[in-house]
Write a protein that binds this ligand. Structure first.
Ligand code: ADP
Ligand code: MG
Length: 423
């Protein structure tokens, strides 16, 4: 039976379309628990602050979709909510067809992770374990600003130290790319906004929508004082002097890194490498909140379908990207995480010049790139820059971009047109 199944993932929607999930008789299903259900999951709670995903609203809709479309997937949700690793569920044709889609839903990095791979069952099972270990490792050992086990935490703790802090090779490469994007975006993209994201309490905003008890509008004075602590131009990243040594980073006192704008994108790139090493996986689509990875192909040769959420009605899409092979797709939108107070919407992408949420005439930006760090970083940067400067920046980086503007119009790069079908 042909059926549509939609996974709502805050920024974009993966349309596992017309049986593309359920090859050979398996039913399309890749539902997910909502991120609001993290309760008790330390890692999930911690990363929420860094990545700032959409919350209950979208989650509720996901559950509704599950109810309507696939009851069995509700059981997947329960299993995932239990955090029971043993409960890896596979969807495969009853005959164990090697070409079948196997699916796994769990949470990591404060968001719902939905994975579909085409592989023999054992290969898929091993891959799901490895991918979850990769994601929790990335969060706990590298990127979280909340966990004292992470490298970013160590760097932040050393802010103001004369000796600075040593950084691993991977972290050096990541920071270098982020600092470069700061320069190329004219300072709009800035990973040193930690003090500002904490002032706004973004990580505590429970959901998009009504007044949130964790929301308090900072005063102009507070914003001014906080912005003084920020600014990537004051970060000193000193490369290793010789082989075997580590690079060092020097943050001025009070500065704090927040890598929330690139964490999930970096995760996509790491997952892509993992898939390349895994010879038995012929195709995969993995969604981490607003960032999605496609890899390889489907047995029937059809395209991966990735829906772009309509910011004016997030239960629908403005259109679909049809993709073949490996791609990273990231979306930043003002509907992903926000609070409305006194009729004003405050969202989670902050303008380093004003300290307030960006006001750039953009409701949502989707970047299509080969690299996840670029797709994620540039989606945030282009949201801040708006369509004209954003388009130029995307072109400089050689990625495709699509903007949904405040007046409802859609603007996209020439190259994007080849992949996009309007709804
Ligand atoms: P999401 O993480 O929801 O997918 P983004 O990738 O656009 O959305 O990243 C938003 C997150 O990036 C915020 O929650 C915050 O942690 C951080 N951030 C906010 N403003 C900026 C900015 N101007 N530059 C870099 N990072 C930012
Ligand atoms: Mg981003």
């Amino acid at each position: 039976m042909k059926r549509f199944f939609r996974i709502i993932v805050f920024g974009a929607t993966v349309l596992l379309c017309c049986g593309c999930v359920g090859g050979g008789g398996s039913r399309g299903s890749a539902s997910a628990e909502g991120p609001g259900d993290f309760g008790g999951r330390e890692s999930g709670r911690e990363w929420q602050g860094d990545t700032a995903d959409g919350q209950g609203d979208a989650a509720a809709r996901q559950e509704d979709a599950v109810e309507e479309q696939d009851r069995e997937s509700v059981r997947h949700n329960d299993a995932a909510a239990d955090g029971d690793r043993e409960s890896v569920r596979h969807r495969a044709a009853a005959n164990g067809d090697r070409e079948s889609a196997r699916q796994y839903v769990d949470t990591a990095m404060g968001t719902v992770i939905q994975q579909t791979v085409y592989a023999p069952e054992e290969t898929a099972s091993a891959f799901f374990s490895e991918s979850m270990a990769l994601l929790t490792g990335l969060e706990q050992e590298e990127l979280s600003w909340r966990l004292d086990t992470s490298e970013v935490w160590q760097i932040n703790a050393a802010a103001g130290n004369k000796e600075g802090c040593s950084v691993s090779e991977d972290m050096e490469a990541l920071l270098q790319e982020c600092l470069e994007l700061y320069g190329r975006s004219g300072g709009a993209f800035d990973i040193t906004l930690g003090p500002l994201t904490r002032l706004w309490n973004i990580d505590k905003w429970a959901a998009g929508g009504a007044d949130d008890e964790n929301f308090r509008l900072p005063s102009a004075g507070e914003l001014r004082d906080t912005l003084r602590l920020c600014g990537s131009d004051r970060v000193r990243l000193v490369p290793a002097a010789s082989e075997g040594e580590e690079a060092r980073i020097f943050l001025p006192e009070g500065m704090q890194l927040d890598l929330g704008a690139v964490g999930k994108g970096l995760a996509l790139s790491r997952l892509s490498c993992l898939l390349e090493e895994e010879a038995g996986v012929s195709g995969a689509v993995i969604s981490l909140g607003g960032s999605i990875l496609t890899f390889g192909g489907k047995p029937d040769g059809s395209f991966w379908k990735v829906g772009i959420v309509n910011p004016f009605d997030t239960s629908s899409n403005v259109g679909i990207l049809s993709l073949e092979g490996q791609w990273c797709i990231s979306t930043s939108g003002d509907y992903e995480r926000y609070v409305e107070a006194d009729g004003v919407r405050y969202h989670h992408i902050l303008d380093p010049e004003t300290g307030y949420p960006a006001d750039s005439d953009v409701r949502g930006v989707t970047i299509l790139a080969k690299d996840g760090l670029l797709s994620d970083g540039l989606s945030t940067a282009c949201f801040l820059l708006g369509p004209e400067r954003g388009m130029e920046l995307a072109e400089e980086y050689g990625v495709e971009v699509l903007f949904v503007l405040s007046d409802g119009s859609i603007v996209m790069s020439e190259g994007m047109k080849a992949y996009f079908t309007k709804r």
